[in-house]
Write a protein that binds this ligand. Structure first.
Ligand code: DGY
Length: 325
């Protein structure tokens, strides 16, 4: 009998065609609607391999019912949607897709930083809604990016790629990470600071961390109050790292100047979420890695991991407990 694979979202045939000869493939055939939990549970009971997205919460109760499952291949670098501990305990491998999305996500992060600093979305609304009557000296003025200090929280692959972009804008670079990165300090000319100090000195703060029990809500009101009144906070990592209620208060009361958010505690973010009512917030629907080439690469890497795991080889991107993004 051929091993069974369940894929939780419609993927292009050019990606999964490769699997059809050797595996029994079942797939949730929708692009915009996630697989319902009861369907996922039934499919996982039979499957030897699962290819899932960050929209699926693969928790302990699903994992313990998946009696044949050998591998969960996540099509994302972040894997906070999977209970890696429960999977590992049961001998089920978990894989992710690091590397292939680094540059694309850094591009979007820097773009969001520029858009937030220079109020680009607000300016477009201003123009399209007919408010633009004349050029005026202080109209839609923002913050300069060139020459400003960028604080990167989490100097992993994407954090480093962001630092390289910021160098081109003559930014001063500082970072906080749970371990020092001496080589990158030399190469990128980036200085290590404590989190508190970084928040105090940075004009722009970018959150580039994985969501883990240690990083959940690590930016709350106490941390926001340390930031400059003119500071801009950017998050393209995971929403849960920032306490959204505190962020809303801080933005409304101008404790900080603005925020650019590609990720939210709850996704999709409800359209009546208070953060969406503020003019000083730029919001995007989790599109950090969303270039055509990168999404195809992520799917390809997820399939490679799946095949390797099912063939009894160590998959190239095995997630080890406590691995960083
Ligand atoms: C990831 O891979 O973790 C991103 O959030 C989506 O590309």
């Amino acid at each position: 009998m051929r091993p069974k694979i369940y894929i939780t979202r419609k993927l292009p045939e050019q990606i999964i065609g490769d699997l059809r000869g050797d595996y029994d493939i079942r797939m949730w055939d929708e692009e915009e609607i996630p697989v319902p939990l009861d369907v996922l549970e039934e499919e996982m009971k039979e499957a030897d391999g699962l290819l899932c997205l960050l929209t699926e919460q693969i928790d302990e109760s699903l994992i313990e019912r998946a009696v044949n499952l050998k591998i969960i291949a996540n099509m994302a670098v972040g894997h906070n949607n999977i209970d890696v501990h429960s999977a590992t305990k049961r001998g089920i491998m978990v894989t992710n897709t690091p590397g292939v999305l680094t540059e694309t996500t850094a591009d979007l992060t820097f773009g969001l930083l520029l858009a937030t600093a220079r109020r680009m979305m607000e300016a477009e609304d201003y123009l399209k809604s007919g408010k633009w009557k004349t050029w005026s000296p202080m109209q839609l003025t923002g913050q300069d990016v060139h020459g400003a200090t960028l604080g990167i929280i989490g100097l992993g692959r994407i954090g480093e790629a962001l630092a390289k972009r910021a160098k081109g804008f003559d930014m001063n670079l500082v970072y906080f990470n749970r371990s020092r990165k001496y080589e990158q300090e030399k190469e990128l000319g980036i200085d290590y600071l404590s989190l508190e100090k970084l928040l105090q000195v940075s004009d722009f703060v970018c959150v580039m961390l994985p969501l883990t029990p240690e990083t959940a809500s690590m930016i709350g009101m106490k941390q926001l109050k340390l930031m400059k009144e003119t500071a801009v906070l950017i998050n393209t990592a995971r929403g849960g790292i920032i306490d959204e209620k505190a962020l809303y208060e801080a933005l409304k009361n101008r404790v900080i100047w603005a925020a650019g958010l590609d990720v939210f505690e709850e996704e999709p973010v409800p359209v009546d979420h208070p953060l969406l009512t503020l003019p000083n917030v730029v919001t995007l629907p989790h599109i950090g890695s969303a270039s055509i080439a990168t999404r195809l690469k992520m799917a390809t890497v997820a399939v490679q991991n799946l095949k390797e795991g099912l063939a009894g080889e160590p998959p190239r991107n095995l997630v080890l407990l406590n691995k960083e993004k």
